[in-house]
Design a protein around this ligand. Structure first.
Ligand code: ACM
Ligand code: ZN
Length: 559
């Protein structure tokens, strides 16, 4: 009997030692975004049917997420329990709200976060320490091991965003969820959902059913680059029900992603005006599709006596919400009343960009408003418009974000500015002690071409922003003092979809530029090193491959 016990104990020790002494190499630790500090060591943790995850009550969501990931990867059922060789913990001594530590030895994994969010990012790092093939739908790894390491990590910026325009082209709920999954993989934390536009209104508003009955559908779309060669004559559209929105917001919350809705005003509002023409300064004036690219369907609507249609071409249009009519504000407040409860986000994005002032100059209602309010011009009228909406949203406990045009005519008192026309607006706003999110077009517009060789690329809006250009971007402008720099909350990529009609194409335009941006907003400035990033990107691309993503390969060797 004694002999049997001794043999058993030595067998157990040998089997543990098998993983304890394995030598790891740099190749085992290819993480994007690069962690603040990472110390490699020998030994590997085996994930098998004996693996158990323990977590406190506050971390059950993270424990389930990790259990699902490890079960999928290993093919064994990984359980959660009271004691486990994987432990998820909260740790108050970690400074950053999103910071975490990850310790892996051959017999134990401990992930500690200041908050559940930090623990979630620790899990994302753990994910990247496992082979890329765990990402595939089908591939199970027979002997799944994770290299030993100590990671201490936290993000450089608190706002790390990805925007998606679902109005120029509409994307189904499943793709929006996939987009959210990608945001999580890259340790970003905000999804800016651009829901309303000239070419389509995409969110159900129960009080105004025509917004989606009429406003979510256009009778055709221009073909080719603006101004286009012809109209495709195809009815196009779609929208998200409020149930869809709740589903997406809850899905994002599980991955610690905040969804910020954008309800555009006062410009880019042709779709709402097509649904409710009295929101325009001139309800009887026909919608003009530039270069006469209007569809036969659009012409028929107008011939039947309905002047307003949902836009069918791209650009900036002069038919905007009337700033003189109280009806406009009543409508927008009603819309916001339905939007607010759907989104726990502290922010609502109210657009504010590209609002031509031509109609306001000629509209008696708008001119009366200017006079009554003692405003100097139409720029101040825009400021009045934004400030009035801001006051309403502030009274409901929400803050506004607006594109940098909201600086013109005077900035609304509590507004956060999204700087897109370069960095000038962001610098000015920060100097005035307003929070800023940097999305400068030169570095953060993922609708730009990503190579000089445009002829061999699918059609894009223009410009050129390579992966290296994104990586080189520094969100905190040199022009700011240390004190002013505190107003730079972070950065975001914008994905305008005029020329992205399919989900494949969206993937192609965001990946791998998103990987570069994720490192810009997460990793310490001092660790920026293109060659190092590019080497890690070659491994990261294996993950994209395993997920079946259609990513751009300009900076990837032989995949
Ligand atoms: C924008 O690109 N018009 C914000
Ligand atoms: Zn007006």
């Amino acid at each position: 009997m004694r002999l049997v016990v001794i043999v058993l104990i030595s067998l157990l020790t040998v089997s543990c030692n098998k993983y304890k002494d394995i030598a790891n190499t740099e190749q085992d630790y290819q993480i994007i975004p690069k962690p603040t500090s990472l110390e490699i060591s020998n030994g590997r943790f085996l994930v098998d049917s004996n693996t158990t995850i323990s977590a406190s009550e506050d971390l059950q969501n993270e424990a389930s997420y990790l259990a699902e990931m490890l079960s999928h990867a290993s093919g064994s059922t990984i359980n959660t329990g009271d004691s486990g060789n994987i432990q998820l913990k909260l740790d108050d001594t970690i400074d950053n709200e999103e910071g975490y530590t990850l310790s892996i030895t051959y017999n134990q994994i401990v992930i500690s976060g200041k908050t559940a969010k930090g623990v979630f990012y620790g899990i994302q790092t753990l994910r990247q320490l496992m082979p890329a093939s765990i990402e595939s739908e089908t591939n199970k790894i027979a002997e799944l091991t994770i290299p030993a390491v100590t990671v201490k990590d936290s993000p450089r910026y608190q706002y790390r965003g990805m925007h998606l325009d679902v109005a120029r082209h509409f994307f189904p709920v499943d793709f929006v969820k996939k987009y959210i999954d990608l945001i999580a993989l890259h340790k970003m934390n905000t999804f800016h959902w651009h829901l309303t536009e000239d070419q389509g209104w995409r969110i159900e508003i129960k009080k105004y059913p025509k917004l989606t009955e009429i406003g979510a559908w256009r009778s055709g779309t221009i073909v080719g680059h603006h101004p286009g060669t012809e109209n495709d004559q195809k009815r196009y559209g779609g929208f998200y029900t409020q149930e869809d929105v709740k589903d997406i917001v809850a899905y994002a919350a599980k991955q610690h992603i905040t969804v910020i809705p954008e309800i555009e005003l006062p410009g880019h509002s042709s779709a709402a005006i097509a649904a409710y023409p009295s929101l325009s300064c001139f309800p009887e004036e026909q919608t003009v599709v530039t270069n006469n690219m209007i569809s036969e369907g659009g012409k028929a609507i107008q011939a039947a006596g309905t002047p307003k249609i949902v836009q069918e071409t791209w650009g900036v249009f002069k038919d905007v919400y009337c700033a003189g009519k109280d009806e406009t504000f009543a409508f927008l407040q009603d819309v916001l009343d339905e939007v607010i409860p759907l989104f726990p986000s502290a922010y609502i994005h109210i657009g504010g960009d590209e609002c031509p002032k031509e109609n306001w100059k000629e509209c008696p209602n708008c001119q009366k408003r200017i006079k009554d309010e003692g405003l100097h011009d139409e720029h101040e009228l825009q400021s009045y418009f934004i400030t009035r909406i801001e006051k309403y949203l502030n009274s409901k406990g929400k803050n506004i974000i607006g594109w940098d045009e909201i600086l013109e005519g005077g900035l609304a008192p509590n507004a956060t500015v999204m700087s897109w026309r370069g960095t000038k607006g962001g610098i000015e706003a920060a100097k005035h002690k307003h929070n800023v999110i940097m999305t400068p077009n030169h570095s953060c517009y993922f609708d730009h071409y990503q190579t000089e060789d445009k002829a061999n690329e699918p059609l894009a809006i223009g410009g050129k922003t390579t992966v290296a250009d994104v990586y080189a971007y520094e969100p905190t402008p040199e022009e700011l003092t240390e004190e002013e720099s505190k107003y730079i909350l972070g950065a975001q990529a914008n994905v305008w979809t005029e020329y992205m009609a399919t989900t494949d194409y969206v993937e192609y335009m965001i990946l791998p530029r998103m990987a570069a941006l994720s490192e810009v907003v997460w990793s310490p400035k001092s660790s920026k090193d293109w060659d190092d990033f590019n080497a890690r990107l070659q491994h990261f691309a294996d993950r994209y491959n395993a997920m079946g993503l259609n990513y751009a390969k300009h900076s990837i060797q032989d995949k």
